[in-house]
Design a protein around this ligand. Structure first.
Ligand code: FAD
Length: 465
């Protein structure tokens, strides 16, 4: 790989070669998974390149194409499955400096891919009291481009579903990896080509996102004596069409007491909790609804005198729950599960009981195709890879599909099948296969048998030292 030749073609564009920084920028939160930690720990790129605008980016792409140098796009590296890790080395293309907000209008915003989600909301709130429909719990650190290419949904999904649902992205501007890169404007069905494609088939250089009215969401935590009571309450609350919430999450005992260190003083022993963000005009209704169910208001940000040092409740939810557990006890890892409607409560109970002592239930309620159901990001005590696979298999065969967070490929982390739309687009947009190599099995190994029970091995993965 001729990095010196590349550098000579990138005059005037910010690059970074310092070994430590390059290594740091070659990583994300892959270490959440002991399996990925083992496989990817040695991975590092050769050069970080940070274009400021689309013209610079096209110069980088053209140079890399001519020299056959792999390019792995990166927002701020908060993905959990090694999505932003350059498995075959090469350029780490940081989009973080393309962070200008270009237009705010009723119901929509246009910006560069590198804008941090909370900065985007800050600007749209100041402009016209609007905010993103949904954001990841990494609100304060993740970029909007990284969320679209690597994430799926989050805080707000209780009202709007996931990022890949129609209407949750309006338009993406994408640059292809070709001798003469093309600039494409994708809308409607075409958006599926690049959303959650890990940047394997194009670089997003501009996003247009829908906005919702902004509220001063109030943080509440409701306590219950058991996980099943907490899950029933959350399921019923999420179905209260008149109560506007932005987050309804269930975290089973003993996670709150053991791992939500800053909120610990609010919890009773062995309580399971429901995390809620409620709009101010729905606050009284939420209290009335909660009184009927026997839930205990364990924490209410609007009546708590000293909020100093307390994180917002969304930073206890989604993948922040896992982070908090891992910080205290690195033996935890996690799964990503869907409990399909209408059996979500029975399924969550079944899985909670099947792995008692080995798994702590954690549910995120969402609206999918008009129905309320939940995803789960249960904490899992890691022993061996075989046991982990067994637990995944048990979920899958009992009607709870797992989006395996212990795999770095799109297919194995998803529905174990190729996304034909994304593959077809890759053939057009990245004919040499230089974008984020090793993340799309269908590209490298078209005949691969997803039912083989084996973990796919990427031949281009750097050898460990
Ligand atoms: P990166 O990690 O840098 O990149 C993600 C993927 O997108 C990579 O494959 C990268 O190559 C690609 N990419 C980045 N920018 C571009 C671009 N401009 N064009 C093309 N490809 C690009 N995810 C959720 O969906 N919901 C959550 O609530 C959530 N909570 C999390 C909590 C924690 C504590 C952690 C560690 C992760 C969480 N995640 C969540 C995962 C992750 O934070 C999100 O996916 C996040 O939005 C990624 O943004 P990023 O800027 O860090 O992207």
């Amino acid at each position: 790989m001729d990095i010196a030749a590349l550098k000579s073609k990138l005059e005037g564009i910010k690059t970074e070669e310092n070994e430590k920084i390059v290594q740091q920028k070659s990583r994300d939160f892959y270490w959440y998974s002991p399996v990925l930690k083992n496989r990817l720990d040695h991975v590092t790129g050769d050069l970080v390149v940070s274009p400021k605008n689309e013209a610079e980016l096209i110069k980088v792409i053209t140079a890399c194409f001519s020299l056959d140098i792999p390019v792995t796009p990166r927002g701020t590296g908060t993905g959990n499955y090694g999505q932003a890790m350059p498995l075959s080395g090469g350029v780490i293309l940081s989009l973080a400096d393309m962070n200008d907000i270009r237009e705010i209008a009723p119901g929509r915003v246009v910006c560069g891919p590198g804008v941090i989600c909370s900065d985007l909301d800050k600007a749209t709130r100041a402009h016209s009291n609007q905010e993103m429909r949904m954001h990841p719990s990494t609100y304060h650190t993740a970029t909007i481009g990284g969320f679209i290419a690597g994430g799926s949904g989050g805080i707000g999904s209780i009202n709007f579903g996931g990022l890949r649902d129609f209407g949750n992205i309006i338009r993406l501007r994408v640059v292809t990896m070709e001798q003469t890169p093309r600039i494409l404007e994708l809308t409607g069905e075409d958006l599926h080509k690049v959303t959650h494609a890990y940047g394997t088939n194009g670089i997003i250089t501009e996003v247009e996102m829908p906005l919702a009215p902004a509220y001063d969401w109030q943080d509440m935590i409701v306590g219950f004596d058991s996980f099943t009571e907490a899950a029933s309450y959350a399921n019923a609350l999420a179905r209260q069409d008149g109560i506007l919430t932005k987050l309804v999450s269930v975290v089973a005992n003993p996670c709150p007491q053991d791992y939500f260190k800053r909120h610990q003083k609010f919890f009773k022993d062995s309580e399971s909790v429901v995390l809620v963000m409620v709009a101010p005009h729905s606050y009284d209704a939420l209290l009335a609804f909660t009184r009927r169910t026997g839930g205990r208001i364990a924490f209410d940000a609007s009546t708590t005198d000293d909020l100093k040092g307390l994180p917002p409740v969304f930073e206890l939810s989604w993948n922040h729950t896992t982070l908090r557990a891992l910080r205290v006890d690195p033996a935890w890892t996690y799964l990503q599960v869907l409990y399909p409607f209408p059996n979500q409560l029975a399924l969550t109970k079944q899985m909670d009981e099947a792995f008692s002592g080995e798994l702590i239930s954690h549910l995120e309620f969402v609206r999918l195709d008009g129905d309320i159901t939940c995803f789960g990001l249960p904490l899992l005590r890691y022993t061996t890879e075989e046991r982990l696979d067994e637990i995944v298999e048990f979920h899958n065969t009992n009607g709870c599909p797992v989006f395996n967070p212990h795999r770095f490929t799109l297919e194995e982390g998803g529905m174990k099948q190729t996304d034909a739309i994304q593959l077809a687009f890759k053939r057009e947009s990245d004919p040499k296969g230089l974008l984020n190599p090793g993340k799309m099995i269908a590209w490298d190994d078209p005949g691969y048998d997803f039912e083989s029970g084996q973990v796919w091995l990427f031949k281009g993965l750097q050898k460990s030292a």
